[in-house]
Ligand binder design. Structure first.
Ligand code: GDP
Length: 181
């Protein structure tokens, strides 16, 4: 049986065509001993093994709810870690990351009691890092917009650059609520 701290609920958001599906496919398919259960079209659950420990990672691709703000808000409320994907060759998709992050912060601040001090880690994922010359969003401007709650990964679902680090971060960052000092 799984330790309760070994479950993660990841909500994936981002503009169309940035490679969310490609990243999710890589996550769900890697490793021969790892299994996943396709439930609905946009929801996946996978047992992920890292350093001899098993973690259940539930992933919801909430991006198809972009035209349904109320539904997306509900999805956001269920997440304890967020994966915001953009493409390094698509400035508009990078701009969308900002508004998505604001949306998460607003939704979650209404949910948590001030005393709880619960953090909801946000992973900002710049995909298509393999596109050298077509790149339009520079690394330095991405770093400039990172918040205290967010971590950046530049990845390529095509050539698998940095994907392992990204997937491990889903496990590492999504632990129990952080305590106050
Ligand atoms: P989604 O709409 O965000 O789910 O995007 P998809 O996963 O369907 O990908 C959109 C397009 O981008 C497809 O043509 C993919 O083959 C392509 N794509 C996805 N990831 C990468 C990547 O890392 N590098 C490159 N060059 N193309 C990618």
């Amino acid at each position: 049986s799984l330790h309760p701290n070994h479950c993660r609920r990841v909500v994936v958001l981002g503009a169309p065509r940035v490679g969310k599906t490609a990243i999710l496919r890589r996550f769900l398919a890697d490793g021969f001993e790892q299994h996943y259960v396709p439930t609905t079209e946009d929801f996946y659950s996978k047992l992920y093994h890292i350093r001899g420990e098993a973690y259940q990672i539930d992933l919801l691709d909430a991006s198809k709810e972009r035209d349904f703000p109320a539904k997306r808000r509900l999805s956001i409320l269920t997440g304890d870690i967020f994966l915001l994907v953009f493409s390094v060759d698509d400035r508009e998709s990078f701009n969308e990351v900002h508004s998505l992050r604001d949306e998460i912060v607003v939704a979650k601040s209404k949910l948590t009691k001030p005393k709880e001090n619960r953090e909801f880690p946000i992973i900002i994922c710049g995909n298509k890092a393999d596109l050298g010359s077509e790149r339009t969003v520079s690394r330095s401007e991405i770093c400039k917009c990172l918040g205290r709650d967010s971590t950046l990964f530049e990845v390529s679902a095509k050539d698998t650059t940095n994907l392992e680090g990204l997937f491990e971060a889903l496990v590492e960052l999504g632990g129990l609520p952080t305590e106050t000092c």
